[in-house]
Design a protein around this ligand. Structure first.
Ligand code: 8YV
Length: 317
């Protein structure tokens, strides 16, 4: 029976329903169970036309090189900085991601982080659980309303954040080096430090990769200032993490709320000690509903490639 099924290489463990659909309809090779990839590729590599991976798993060029008939990669997640797009383009390999379906979940995570870091929610909960309420009053937090939310990356998720924080009566400003968008009512800054200086909350939601590496450096943190907060729901690479640790140790910023880190799942130990920092394990899109939608979209891309040689949500490489 398996002979008639297309063979698919799955790079790492995926959402259970996606794994199930893949296993029901294709001959699945789980890469993480392959001990000797070179040997496996010499036997099965030529049969692989499509690889399934995720924003987190990525795929390395060394192994992809051994899949001479690879036509497409369908990736779970909107970001694809874990893949070398120059390499894919050079080989003519198509790529799909899962845009749009996660906009609201990631924006909600950004909002949750803003609320948690400003109202000291996690710290307050630790205070109650530690039995400290009987002995002391919990210190005050800060409002969101009336403040300015600076958005670095006014893409689809950034725009969703902008709408949400507007409903919280915040002013919205954004950074875009090559001029303002004409279709949004928000305040534009071509200069990142100027945006940081104007912002009480700086929300980072640009794509990862070489172009944005350490975009948020110490100078941006200093411009943000001691009463303002940094929120990162983009990629760990966008923020210079050692500069962030230093800025927090020197009280140059008020606090930070982070869903992503430079070397996940490792978090700098200094951050673990800080009460004005909120730390999440990369759960921006991590809801049942959204992950299901992402899984469905990966599957739709894969199916469409095998049936029609087109992708539903292709990335322009
Ligand atoms: C991951 C993400 O896809 O969409 C992205 O770019 O980083 C996440 O949604 C998710 O963690 C599963 O890999």
């Amino acid at each position: 029976m398996n002979e008639s099924k297309e063979e698919v290489l799955v790079w790492g463990p995926m959402h259970p329903s996606l794994m199930q659909s893949l296993e029901e309809n294709y001959c699945v090779h789980p890469r993480w169970e392959i001990a000797d990839f070179r040997r496996w590729a010499s036997l099965h590599g030529d049969a692989i036309r499509v690889v399934v991976t995720s924003a987190v798993h990525g795929a390395d060029n060394g192994r992809l090189d051994q899949l001479s008939n690879l036509e497409a990669i369908t990736s779970f997640g909107v970001g694809y900085d874990a893949l070398d797009t120059t390499y894919l383009a050079a080989r003519g390999i198509q790529l799909s991601n899962t845009p749009d379906v996660l906009n609201h979940s990631v924006a909600e995570t950004a909002l949750a982080l803003m609320l948690c870091v400003s109202r000291r929610i996690n710290e307050a909960e630790r205070f109650v659980r530690a039995g400290k309420w009987q002995e002391a009053r919990f210190p005050l937090g800060h409002d969101l309303h009336g403040k300015t939310c600076g958005i670095v990356g006014l893409g689809k998720i950034g725009k969703t954040v902008a709408k949400m924080v507007s409903a919280f009566n915040m002013s919205v400003a954004y950074y875009r080096p090559n001029g303002p968008y004409t279709d949004v009512p928000y305040t534009h800054y071509a200069d990142l430090q100027a945006l940081a200086a104007a912002a009480d909350y700086l929300v980072v939601i640009v794509p990862g990769g070489a172009e944005t590496r350490h975009l948020i450096d110490r100078s941006v943190m200093r411009a943000l200032g001691p009463t303002s907060f940094l929120i990162n729901v983009a990629r760990g690479s966008v923020v210079d993490e050692s500069a962030l640790v230093a800025a927090l140790l020197e009280s140059e910023i008020g606090g930070a709320a982070l869903d992503v880190f430079e070397d996940e799942p490792h978090v700098p130990v200094e951050l673990l000690e800080m009460d004005n920092v909120v730390l999440l394990p990369h759960i921006g899109s991590g809801t049942h509903e959204t992950r299901q939608a992402m899984a469905d979209l990966v599957y739709a891309n894969l199916k469409s490639w095998f049936e029609k040689q087109t992708l539903v949500t292709p990335v322009t490489l």
